[in-house]
Design a protein around this ligand. Structure first.
Ligand SMILES: [Zn+2]
Ligand SMILES: [Zn+2]
Length: 462
């Protein structure tokens, strides 16, 4: 049987091979042609796509003759599953750029090459590189980034203002050349502020832009610390000291070491006997990295009755307690909801990690009454997490937006299990949060550590 996914793969291959001059990305073309089509598109998980594309972007940005380089499509918008990996890198003369890309170690077969387009295989993933003329780069990036809904709304806004938004830029049809060199310029000419790619979903973002109510999205510079990471005391790879050193290098003011406590599904957990010894190890790391404040925390499992998998007298010894449901099979929605309710009312629980417990790309998250969970978070002063681990990306943008709209506080964490993912997974968490219209004021770890200590103490004294 031919599935929609097979069909989509066939169309994608066909279009890439046969219609290289197509002005939009393949995913955009398909979405336009078949707007109702829901496919299990054979996509690439966002975390993997970012890992593959970032080194190439860095190389392109350093090449002579390349004005700038940006990913496009669903990757730039930060969707969980990326359709096509495409990069826009304007250059007056793409020949040497393409020669250099093909010569890079790690670049596999070249699948297709024309004057301004190159498709290569990297890590068995197809990557398209477009090098438009610099004066056309912004328009191409805008169209390839989409979403189709956003571009359609922008085209409508252009018409209202006497312009025509076309694949090669913003035109007047009076013989003057199109406005196309940067996206910023296109938005500005239409009297709109720049709309961040993570917001371009074709929802209400252009209304917000027109009314001056776009969010001031949280950025990496706003993040002062990371409240969720694992070490070799549980299932992490690296030591407390190594994680501290890397976190200090990222410019953080504070971190929390939060190994799995109790009997979670992790391959190794912190035992009751470990707690005191780990506290000493944290104290030793504090002495080595005095510029970084290190909280001794844990990520404890929520048991079937909603109680926690460590006794309170032990949990009280931690500076911060994160709680999570790690169940694979889970229970019915009512029972899960009750477990969350009980755990969130627990005075020692400051943060609920990866609340939907989805597993990208294999398992969807719990289907719960999220408005109730969010209401409890507000009522009990419990923080909801946006977890940047590639398999979590949890909460996702829409749920994070519901949470902040209802007044919940969130944190954005890496949930890193090794030093080399501390930065990248924080960035993935930020991408999810930005897709949720999250501003620094909603994010507890954009605040000084004293504020976070106050928040923990306030709940503990309830
Ligand atoms: Zn976890
Ligand atoms: Zn964790």
């Amino acid at each position: 049987m031919t599935t929609a996914a097979d069909l989509l793969a066939a169309v994608r291959n066909h279009v890439v091979r046969q219609v290289p001059g197509l002005g939009v990305s393949v995913e955009t073309a398909i979405a336009r042609a078949l707007p109702g089509l829901r496919t299990n598109a054979p996509g690439i998980p966002l975390g993997r796509a970012v890992t593959i594309v970032e080194p190439l972007l860095d190389r392109l940005r350093g090449m002579a003759g390349v004005s700038w380089a940006e990913p496009a499509g669903s990757l730039r918008r930060g969707e969980d599953m990326v359709g096509d990996i495409e990069i826009v890198a304007p250059a007056a003369d793409p020949r040497t750029v393409f020669d250099d890309v093909i010569a890079l170690p790690g670049t596999g077969r070249s699948l297709y090459r024309s004057a301004r387009r190159l498709y290569v295989l990297q890590d068995n993933v197809q990557i398209g590189i477009r090098c438009p003329a610099p004066e056309a780069g912004g328009a191409i990036l805008l169209h390839l980034t989409g979403s189709p809904g956003h571009v359609d709304h922008l085209a409508a806004a252009a018409s209202e203002r006497g312009w025509h938004l076309e694949p090669d830029g913003l035109r007047r049809h009076d013989g003057t050349p199109p406005i196309a060199s940067t996206e910023e310029e296109i938005y500005t000419v239409l009297g709109l502020p720049f709309v961040a790619p993570e917001l371009r979903e074709g929802d209400d973002e252009l209304d917000a832009a027109a009314h001056g109510t776009l969010p001031r999205l949280v950025t990496r510079q706003d993040i002062r610390g990371d409240l969720h990471m694992h070490t070799d005391w549980s299932d992490g790879r690296d030591s407390i000291a190594a994680m501290a050193r890397t976190a200090a290098g990222l410019g953080y003011e504070y971190i929390a070491i939060t190994d799995h406590a109790g009997h979670s599904a992790a391959s190794r957990n912190l035992t009751r006997d470990d707690v005191g010894r780990q506290a000493e190890a944290v104290a030793a790391a504090r002495a080595s990295y005095p510029q970084l404040l290190i909280l001794h925390g844990c990520e404890v499992d929520i048991l079937p009755e909603g109680t926690l998998d460590f006794p309170d007298r032990l949990l009280e010894e931690f500076d911060i307690v994160l709680a999570s449901l790690h169940d694979r099979a889970g229970h019915g929605a009512d029972r899960l909801l009750r477990r969350y309710g009980t755990a969130m009312r627990h005075p020692l629980v400051s943060i609920i990690t990866h609340p939907t417990n989805r597993l990208v790309p294999h398992r969807a998250g719990y289907e719960l009454d999220w408005d109730q969970v969010i209401a409890w978070a507000v009522e009990t002063g419990t923080v909801l997490e946006v977890d940047g681990a590639p398999s979590h990306l949890d909460m996702d943008g829409p749920l994070a937006r519901r949470a902040i709209t209802a007044g919940a506080q969130i944190c954005i964490d890496s949930d890193a299990h090794r030093t080399d993912t501390l930065g990248r997974q924080m960035d993935l968490g930020l991408t999810m949060a930005r897709r949720g219209w999250v501003e620094p004021r909603h994010v507890v770890n954009s605040r000084p550590i004293a504020d976070i200590r106050r928040l923990i103490a306030a709940k503990r004294s309830r």
